[in-house]
Design a protein around this ligand. Structure first.
Ligand SMILES: *Cc1c(COP(=O)(O)O)cnc(C)c1O
Length: 370
């Protein structure tokens, strides 16, 4: 579809590839990488980045649902695809097998349903077992894992290809993380005792990958860091390049005098003569309404405040003294001259996390490979 409105997100496969390579160099050759491309690659476009992921050494791709896996298969992605979310209803294991997607099994019932689906298709179904070591989301409990593993051991229609868990507080609670790892090691020992072969153990998200090498096991599962955002506020031990930029242009410009109010509810009033520009981007595109009178964008390399309420389709900014013109480029996320605005900045203004800013970028914003 043609793009007329000058609002788009640039997605750099080169930056993504560079991040993946940097993470690989950091973890070393013996550890595999599952590139987490769920939620359409955190809003960046999974089809675009799946190919870059595979070309740059990811051995697996993680997605959230059958739908996301099917979209990648239909785009010609051949790599092993692990569905990180729970499959429900359980008959849907048949869809996973049909599209050659590796399902997560998070309960005994799920394991039995997968066995049935595999039997019907006359296939040996590979899967990863999810163990809940403290996240409290999905997964068999550590105690129950042992029984489930013993049952799995005796089934010839299904194959345990991986065992994994998810850290709840990798960046915020070292003690709890240690306890989760201890539980995970317990399960690992049991898997060894049962003499399963070739089972991949994995637990590390971006934070754990970058800040605690004891979490690497056989494979790591970076998401956020692949997109060039540090997963914690502190600077990471590798160079990460932002993959996404978010841009628009000034479409309207006016001079206002003291007392003039801007946007809904008149929350902004000019204190003196100001130049106010209008941008064709709003909360329907993913600008959080919470950044009203709080956030900034870049015009001519200068940080310009968002004035007044964010509206559905537009925001207004103060460009006083910049000699800005209609048609001037505006960076919402990215660099202009010496200034940079990051998703962490947006997350701060909106009192959220970079993940939500990325995922909030709506379908209406075209993703353009750059
Ligand atoms: C989203 C997710 C990840 C990636 O986490 P980041 O913090 O983005 O690196 C890893 N594992 C699972 C199970 C996830 O759901």
């Amino acid at each position: 579809m043609a793009i007329y409105r000058p609002t788009w997100a640039g997605v750099s496969q080169k930056a993504f590839a560079s991040n993946l390579r940097a993470l690989r160099a950091f973890i070393g050759r013996s550890v595999q990488i599952l590139a987490v491309l769920k939620a359409d690659a955190y809003g960046h476009g999974a089809v675009l980045l799946a190919k870059a992921a595979v070309q740059n050494g990811a051995t697996h791709i993680g997605i959230s649902s059958l739908e996301e896996g099917i979209a990648l298969r239909e785009a010609g992605v051949k790599a092993p695809l692990l569905i990180l979310g729970g499959v429900y209803p359980l008959q849907n294991f048949d869809v996973a097998l049909k599209f050659n997607l590796i399902p997560t099994v998070a309960s005994q019932e799920a394991a039995e349903a997968l066995r049935k689906a595999a039997f019907r298709r006359n296939k040996k179904a590979a899967f990863h077992l999810k163990v809940d070591t403290g996240m409290g989301r999905i997964g068999v409990s550590v105690e129950h894992a042992k029984r489930v593993l013993e049952w799995i051991k005796n089934q010839k229609e299904i194959r345990l290809a991986g065992v994994y868990s998810h850290l709840a507080a990798a960046g915020s609670d070292a003690e709890f993380t240690k306890a989760q790892l201890a539980h995970f090691n317990d399960v690992k020992q049991h898997v060894s005792a049962l003499r399963f072969q070739g089972v991949l153990f994995h637990i590390a998200n971006s934070t754990a990958l970058l800040h605690d090498k004891s979490t690497h096991y056989h494979m790591v599962r970076p998401g956020l860091s692949l997109y060039g955002a540090a997963p914690t506020g502190s600077s990471p031990p590798v160079t990460l390049l932002p993959v996404l930029s978010w841009q628009t242009k000034i479409i309207f410009l006016k001079k206002v005098s003291a007392g003039t109010s801007i946007s809904y509810d008149r929350t902004y009033r000019a204190k003196n003569d100001r130049e106010i520009a209008t941008l064709p981007v709003g909360y329907a595109d993913g600008v959080p309404r919470r950044v009203s009178n709080k956030g900034f964008v870049l015009v001519k390399g200068a940080r310009c405040p968002i004035v007044g309420r964010v509206t559905m389709d537009h925001i207004m900014i103060d460009v006083t003294g910049l000699s800005a013109k209609v048609g001037d480029d505006v960076m919402l996320v990215g660099r202009q001259g010496k200034e940079t605005i990051s998703v962490w900045d947006w997350a701060g203004w909106a009192e959220t996390i970079p993940y939500e800013i990325f995922c909030g970028l709506s379908k209406r914003v075209p993703r353009v490979p750059v």
